[in-house]
Design a protein around this ligand. Structure first.
Ligand code: EPU
Length: 337
């Protein structure tokens, strides 16, 4: 267990904001976590993963927990090719995906190179290139923060939606994820439902010879082209969610903007927020030391030394312009604290 007072969060948030917290505790087993929970009674606390989806706009006057529970274990290797794999919440997400592909366990390739850790991936339902982690989750193993008792959530109980779950919404802060079990497969079936990815596969003539390792490489390549390199530029990936509008709103916008991209989804029509932001003239523009990424307008970056408040101000300016121009309210994907 590592336990610090008045601790800098600089290395624990991908925006690279220099905020501090009152206490920071990193535990490495379920037992250590259970022993820690009583100390949180009456104290303001929160749990973070790698901090890839957080924006600190000031210091955090409370305790921050971080999991260093590691380990990957095959629980079941069924004759039909289904494999149940359990990973510790503190495992690096992309390291885990790479391990699975290398071990012949398929189903997570499209989620390659997403920054973050296993625990948070299951709370926030990470997604990319037509895939969401919820499709592969079997069980989310947790401890109840109030009692320290084990509680396992089957996938259906997690109420997964677009970048959300019951653990992120209704039960936020009540359970701490210790491990996640995934349902993977020994048979590789590429998921090429996302048009841009299918086009890349075709452009390279990969077609029938496509392996999981090659698909993973391709996803990594495409991400690197569009998204900032976390080692160089602070960001939290997509800052906003793609809005889903009703048919009437879609029809109004489509008439005014014939080239507008859209996807029909359950409950309406999804419009890429990156497109809306670009049309509003924000792509590549800065406000103070915060900037809208020049290759993907959904991403806000820290150009160096930005405070969380500066990034938040940029996000508000972008939201105001998108609301004014399109009548659409963008919702943040990033948790602002
Ligand atoms: N677009 C623009 N301008 C931009 C960006 C996008 O016009 O600056 C338009 C393009 O027409 C493009 C469409 O938006 O065809 C979609 O863009 P892209 O494929 O880059 O995906 P996205 O919808 O902007 C989502 C996820 C990303 C994920 C990609 C790929 C959300 C909030 N974001 O972005 O996730 O990598 O799809 O699947 O759903 C993240 O969550 O942090 C993240 C990076």
């Amino acid at each position: 267990m590592r336990d610090f007072q008045d601790y800098s969060l600089l290395k624990h948030n991908s925006f690279g904001v220099d905020a501090r917290c009152h206490r920071f505790v990193e535990y490495s087993s379920t037992d250590e976590l259970r022993a820690l929970l009583p100390q949180l009674r009456g104290v303001r606390w929160m749990h973070i993963g790698a901090g890839c989806n957080l924006l600190f706009t000031g210091d955090y006057d409370g305790t921050i927990l971080h999991s260093a529970i590691r380990g990957v274990e095959v629980l079941e290797d069924a004759p039909d090719g289904t494999v149940l794999v359990r990973a510790g919440a503190g495992e690096d997400w992309d390291g885990f995906v790479g391990y699975c592909v290398g071990a012949g366990l398929y189903g997570l390739e499209n989620l390659s190179l997403i920054p973050g850790e296993v625990g948070a991936s299951a709370v926030q339902n990470i997604g990319a290139y037509g895939s969401e982690v919820a499709q592969r989750i079997e069980t989310v193993h947790t401890l109840c923060a109030a009692t320290g008792e084990v509680r396992d959530f089957a996938r259906e109980e997690c109420r997964y939606g677009y970048r959300t779950s019951i653990l992120k919404e209704e039960l936020r802060g009540q359970y701490v994820v210790t491990h996640v079990t995934y349902r993977l497969s020994r048979h590789f079936v590429p998921d090429l439902g996302y048009a841009a990815l299918a086009r890349e596969v075709e452009a390279r003539g990969l077609g029938a010879g496509l392996t999981a390792a090659r698909l993973r490489e391709l996803v990594i390549e495409v991400r690197r082209q569009k998204l900032p390199d976390p080692a160089e530029t602070g960001s939290a990936g997509s800052f906003f969610m793609n809005p889903v509008v009703d048919e009437a709103t879609y029809a109004r916008l489509a008439a005014a903007y014939p080239g507008m991209p859209f996807y029909r989804v359950a409950g309406g029509v999804k419009i890429p927020a990156g497109w809306l932001i670009e049309q509003a003239g924000w792509k590549g523009r800065s406000l103070g030391r915060a900037r809208v990424w020049h290759r993907q307008a959904l991403v806000l970056v820290n150009t160096g030394g930005a405070t969380g408040e500066e990034v938040r101000r940029l996000s508000e300016a972008v939201r105001d312009d998108v609301r004014g121009r399109f009548g659409i309210d963008l919702r943040c994907e990033v948790n602002i604290l």
